[in-house]
Write a protein that binds this ligand. Sequence first.
Ligand code: G3I
Length: 300
Amino acid sequence: ASTLGAAAAQSGRYFGAATNSFQLSNSAYATILNREFNSIVAENEMKWYANEPQQNSFSFSAGDRLVAHARANGMSVRGHTLLWHAQQPGWAQNLSGTALRNAAINHVTRVATHYRGQIHSWDVVNEAFADGGSGARRDSNLQRTGNDWIEAAFRAARAADPGAKLCYNDYNTDGINAKSTGIYNMVRDFKQRGVPIDCVGFQSHLGTTLAGDYQANLQRFADLGVDVQITELDVAQGPNQASIYERVTRACLAVTRCTGITVWGVWDAASWRDDNPLLFDGNGNKKPAYTSVLNALNSV
Ligand code: G3I
């Protein structure tokens, strides 16, 4: 196959990109997005600050534009993200305790209900674990409402949209380490207790090296009975960029339950990073990393 999406589809997977509704009117950008990708995710426009700017007053227009674009172009949609300690609207940052818990669950219910039937996978909770060696939850206003906030969010999301896969999503989980093991233990506990969770997202914001146990880490989660997805892939420009992209792609292809890969942007000009971490350069040219990913997808 000659595009990323079509090549991934040969093994039943998707290949997606993060985007923003304002970018769709850039025709050079949209040409690449529509040709190469069969999944999109909102880089920002489905976050709490964006779609509930005032409590109980929802603003879905930008997210709706992305969903409509996806539908018109045969793409699936990842939902990002229902609850996160960052990018909360000011009113939520000022709440705590029961008021915050109720507001958070209301947010999950209202947003997941609005998009019911249109989301392939939701990042129900994003980045709730601490960096470093503790393997513990991150301190946040949401965590301070009680350790059960994550499972409460997953139950509310399931009730609101029974057809969406429900994911936990995080970064610095690119191998077997204290943080990924903390998440692993939570997922195992959820599966044992019947808390609805279907998938784990590995953001994969990568530098110039890749952990040797990247694939083994994906596999141990898959062995718990959840899908795994590469959700925000980008890799620092450098001599290893193409080979790291290739190794991540091959790792996903080697794990039966790895159902798709999303890159965190289409071209370097629009990346949140300044180290040219994407598959297309600022002029829309394919980089060596693009070719290495396409060839890997075509090798199975
Ligand atoms: O929209 C406002 C604009 O009105 C204002 O004038 C401008 C001035 O600062 O800010 C704009 O908001 C920015 C927003 O992106 C939309 O462009 C924020 O400052 C900026 O902090 C925000 O950055 C995003 C970041 O998440 C924080 O939400 C990045 O684009 C986005 O790539 C990044 O994505 C995250 C994932 O959601 C979670 N995982 C990590 C990943 C990278 O940080």
